[in-house]
Design a protein around this ligand. Structure first.
Ligand SMILES: NC(=O)c1ccc[n+]([C@@H]2O[C@H](COP(=O)([O-])OP(=O)(O)OC[C@H]3O[C@@H](n4cnc5c(N)ncnc54)[C@H](OP(=O)(O)O)[C@@H]3O)[C@@H](O)[C@H]2O)c1
Length: 326
């Protein structure tokens, strides 16, 4: 069934490439943007079923906000997934934030100008809700915003990630409200599961860190909320299609901890050397008390998660094996 044309920004990334795969399967035509379509091997996108007829790649960079215009023109929906991710602090925080916000506002302006875009779905993150020093709060929901001053102290995923995700989502929602643009935001927790990228995505490495032996990543799992790649793609498409969607939606199916994951992995995958509870006793989180992320609002729309932690790990491990990464 032909469902119309949509644009996906940051199309080569982990989340966006799985979303493109799902959109093509669902009958959408896709305009995907990447900074340099000629630079890397894009065959994992161009060889997707239906891609020959239904997928077109465009060059666009958040540093040049107008560069998305051509890809967006004529689309009925836009999934803005791209974000300048700088976990190694290569650039000053202000540079990353400015690029993320200016690029995002350029995309939203192009959506307004197109006259064809009915809704924008922006990929935010639970990072935009969960960083606060509020000891009273037991869980976080969509009414909460991360405290950027507090996030600057915690420095989770580098100096700029939490601050740039929080400020960009706020700027996008403000712009949409001021200009009458229909925009919803999706806030996934740590995403893991299957992937089509040739390299292992960062969040999958973190999830598999006890199998891969990456001790520097154990703290990400100390207390962690997780969601399956396919459920994230399904939630994005659901929120494009669901007529009553409004505002922010946390997308997170499971809350767990490194100790629970170690027990699960050592039972299910005895072939891997999973660290024991004793070996993990000194692993600490980031010094902030991570609260469970409640995705009640998404569930109230009728959306259902299809997968849990066993399928997240099964999908991730199978993909790593198929690509010779494990
Ligand atoms: N993975 C998770 O656990 C997780 C959780 C919550 C939210 N998210 C959000 O999901 C989105 C995708 O993350 P991901 O995990 O899929 O990361 P990823 O694989 O690194 O993808 C990020 C994408 O952003 C694009 N990008 C970076 N800088 C850009 C720029 N200056 N201009 C245009 N595009 C740029 C890159 O595209 P090119 O290199 O092709 O240009 C890349 O495809 C991000 O917004 C992230 O905050 C991810």
């Amino acid at each position: 069934m032909e469902k119309g044309r949509v644009c996906v920004t940051g199309g080569t990334g982990f989340v966006a490439s799985w979303l493109i795969k799902r959109l093509l399967e669902d009958g959408y035509s896709v305009h995907a943007t990447t900074r340099d379509p000629g630079k890397n091997d894009m065959s994992y996108l161009t060889n997707l079923p239906r891609a020959k007829e239904k997928l077109k790649l465009f060059a666009a960079d958040l540093s040049e906000p107008d560069s998305f215009n051509e890809a967006i023109d004529g689309c009925i929906g836009v999934f803005h997934v791209a974000h300048p991710l700088d976990f190694e602090n290569r650039e000053p925080e202000e540079v990353v934030i400015q690029r993320a916000i200016r690029g995002t506002l350029g995309i939203l302006r192009a959506c307004l100008d197109s006259k064809s875009v009915k809704r924008v779905v922006y990929t935010s993150s639970v990072a935009a809700v969960q960083f606060s020093n509020d000891k009273e709060r037991e869980m976080v929901d969509e009414s909460v915003w991360s405290d950027v001053d507090y996030a600057r102290k915690v420095k989770y995923l580098g100096n700029s990630y939490v601050v740039s995700k929080t400020l960009t989502e706020k700027a996008a929602l403000d712009f949409a409200q001021q200009n009458g643009l229909d925009l919803v935001t999706v806030l996934p927790s740590m995403i893991t599961g299957p992937f089509i990228n040739p390299q292992i995505p960062g969040s999958v490495s973190a999830a598999l860190s006890m199998i891969l032996g990456i001790k520097e990543m154990y703290h990400f799992l100390y207390k962690v909320s997780m969601v399956h790649t396919e459920d994230v793609a399904r939630a994005h498409i659901f929120l494009l299609e669901y007529s009553d969607a409004k505002g922010r939606y946390i997308c997170s199916s499971d809350d767990t901890s490194i100790l629970e994951l170690a027990e699960f992995l050592s039972t299910k995958y005895p072939e891997y050397q999973i660290p024991s509870a004793g070996e993990l006793k000194d692993v600490k989180g980031y010094g902030y008390e991570q609260k469970p992320n409640v995705s009640k609002k998404l569930l109230e729309t009728g959306f259902k998660y299809k997968y849990g932690i066993p399928e997240m790990f099964e999908g991730a491990i199978e993909c790593c094996k198929e690509k010779g990464l494990l």
